[in-house]
Design a protein around this ligand. Sequence first.
Ligand SMILES: [Zn+2]
Length: 393
Amino acid sequence: MNKKLTYLKVFFLGGILLTILFTGCIEEEQKPHEEELFAPEVQLDQPSILPNWKDGEYHDYYETTDILSDFKVKYPDLVNVFSIGESALGKDIWCIRMTNENNNQTKFSCLVDGCIHGCEWDAGEACLYLAEYLLINFDSNATVTGILNTTEVYIIPLLNPDGRQIDDRFNENGIDLNRNFDVDFGRIRGHSMPLGKIFGRKIPYIMFERLHKWFPRFPLFLTNSGRRPFSEPETQALRDFMYEIDNHDFSFYVNCHTAVHNIASPWMAFKPPFEMSNKEEKIHAYVREWIAENTEYENAGMSFDDYSYKASGTAMDWCFKVFRIPSFTFEILSQDYEPAAGGGKHDSLVHWMKTTLPVFMYLLVNIENLHNWKTSDIQPILPKGVPPEPSGG
Ligand SMILES: [Zn+2]
């Protein structure tokens, strides 16, 4: 009996010991496995951070060139920088392509550009700010990482580098580049005149205050569209580049300006080349309305009788006409800054960058919807303090 009891005790104790050891082993084995599974998600859950910009620090053509080169050095797996062509004075028009190059899946692509009017500085700054925001948050923020995994984001901060350097709306030939595209070209009711240079002289802007007073439907001003569509090297470069992106599921286009404080979509032309479909009209309107409801920018939805904002030969209309993708003219800043109304000041840079970022992020998280002309109802997750309270000026 005693012997049997001893055996039983040994058997029990041994069993317990083995169980403890065995469970311990499993726990030991499971621990690193769990960490491996969950660590990347925890890391990706970080709130995004904002570029560390200061008010007053605007970037001219040469500084922009340096910043883009630095991005390429710092983020070789995400960034490609190349020239899409040269300006009238021979400056390279730089484009930055951002995407996770290690991910070879088929991706959507989109284009955001700025400063087609050289005096509209913040339009170019908004492009740079967006680029930096995406790069510094890749691999830590889930939203941004998702965007660069699935999208080729093309950004051209300065379409009119010569104009930017002398703070002028026009290019070196005195042409309004955003009237030089082949859509309803050179129409007076679209505020443009196909003049080009006359006797070698630049004719950039003509005011018709008296005529406009007598005949209110006569445009207040006309801007020089160039003698024929795509007469300028800058617009040729943008046209050819858009055809190139079209091979990569080109899904939306944003042409950035200042400072009418709203978002517009086709048609801006006085006489559009064709009627857009109900679906296209609906999605353009949905995006404009989302932006009006969720940011301080306004919906530029135009009534048929509102001629004040008609413009022939714009990059946006041409993009929509040729590629039939959602296309926008984004007028950043507030009316106080409008150069045509005597504004044109450059201040509160950081405020306006934070105000503008949500619009780009909304479009980027909805790129698949936009590509398929579907309701773009995905809400972007934004960092704290974005957008900031409207400054009212
Ligand atoms: Zn403009």
